[in-house]
Design a protein. Structure first.
Length: 70
């Protein structure tokens, strides 16, 4: 319900004004782009950074088959 597309404007907002203890979860199709985003935010001092490592495709295959694969 609270997911948003991460663009450069949002990255700048998060880095500039969000508390570094705000939980952040990243996901993408296969997991690579979200891994990079997770690493970046961790390197910037964010403490609660999570990544769905195999992406939506992996989540659909391994956890919840009701999630459509695209």
């Amino acid at each position: 319900d609270n997911s948003v597309l991460l663009d450069q404007e949002l990255v700048e907002e998060i880095l500039g004004s969000w508390d570094q203890n705000t939980p952040l979860m990243f996901f993408c199709h296969m997991g690579e782009r979200s891994r990079q985003a997770s690493q970046y935010f961790t390197s910037q001092g964010f403490q609660q950074v999570y990544n769905i490592s195999d992406g939506i495709k992996g989540w659909s295959s391994n956890v919840d088959s009701l999630i459509p694969q695209y």
